[in-house]
Design a protein around this ligand. Sequence first.
Ligand SMILES: Cc1cc2nc3c(=O)[nH]c(=O)nc-3n(C[C@H](O)[C@H](O)[C@H](O)COP(=O)(O)OP(=O)(O)OC[C@H]3O[C@@H](n4cnc5c(N)ncnc54)[C@H](O)[C@@H]3O)c2cc1C
Length: 358
Amino acid sequence: MDIKVIGAGLSGLSAAFTLAKSGFEVTVYELGRKPSSRIITGIQGFKNFGKRGKILWKIRKDLKLPISSKYFLPLKRGTLLSPSFRECEIYSREPIFYLVKRGFLSEDTIDMQLYFLARDAGAKFIFNKRMEEREGNIVASGPRKGVLWASVMHFENEEEGNEALLYYNNNYAEGGYIWVFRYQNLMDIGILTSKRDKFLPQKLRKLISRLKPLKERTGRAKLILHTHGIGFYDIPSSARRDGRCYVGEAAGFLNASKGEGMYYALASGCLAAKSIITGEDYDKLWKKEFKEELVEGFKKRTVWERMKNKDYEEMIGMLGSRISLEEYREKVRKWMKSKPAVLLYPFFLMKWKLLGKL
Ligand SMILES: Cc1cc2nc3c(=O)[nH]c(=O)nc-3n(C[C@H](O)[C@H](O)[C@H](O)COP(=O)(O)OP(=O)(O)OC[C@H]3O[C@@H](n4cnc5c(N)ncnc54)[C@H](O)[C@@H]3O)c2cc1C
């Protein structure tokens, strides 16, 4: 049987690799001319803490995706900035994040590495081909609509440095944040918001020329590309329809709190493939693996949606200027619990479903 996968993003690629490696005939149909056409370039982060455990182990051993660890850049510290630029550094002995390069502009991205693995395992790829969902066995076609919006400027720096910084300010990034990721000589500065804003790219450009922490980082940097994206999160009761498995953001597998989706894309792709190989129930597999994380993300989103700048000041203020990851997690957990909004999450989820947003 030839398994048809629609979309060659991380979710489709991990499904294709897992199936091809097990001897299945697989064809991946991709709308764009290259793998992961939606994410042209950029730097993204995998978190390396929490219930999920060590991400490299998860990807390489549990999911059995042998992407070399040299493509994962460990970061043992990260910075939070409050609206008034109050700074808090979070540190850890173990990496807090791993940054990875994304997209198809170079071969050292995880997308291209996964593509080479899938291709070498025997998966066939047909590019520039739009498919209907009903034509596929695995639907990996990315976000079906936007509930989060992002704009990112990709730079090349003269000097090398590695960094992760989040700046919260509701005046600029409502329900979201502004971020800086630096991976050696590459740097991304992006803005994420939960309010649709057609002027987001212009806003980001203006902020970069005005806000001190952004201005000082971009002074001698060369702009390579300015890209835009959407995110779609949901907690579906089932990620199967008419025998098809929906994976990655096509299923809504994105952490509603911060918009992270790479891990769920990789995991759901592998689990959908596993369900085809072993006959196990795909819904049971993904729910066991990460449903709890999705629910946690949604609870936090309920709080983020109600945050005002004074709340960000309070949150970052109570953390102090330097804090260990363990203390940070404990303090934020307690602080979130003190926000009554967190209890509203099931109503929030239901309301969004009823309004057709999910
Ligand atoms: C700006 C930005 C920053 C992000 N930062 C992070 C981060 O730091 N950490 C993190 O974990 N996650 C991050 N994410 C989220 C993460 O990138 C996604 O969740 C993940 O890449 C989703 O992978 P996917 O395979 O589900 O979908 P996609 O990557 O969207 O892949 C879907 C593919 O299907 C193709 N396609 C679509 N329709 C069709 C069709 N009809 N026929 C054939 N092909 C089709 C598309 O061209 C695309 O290549 C970020 C996302 C954005 C936009």
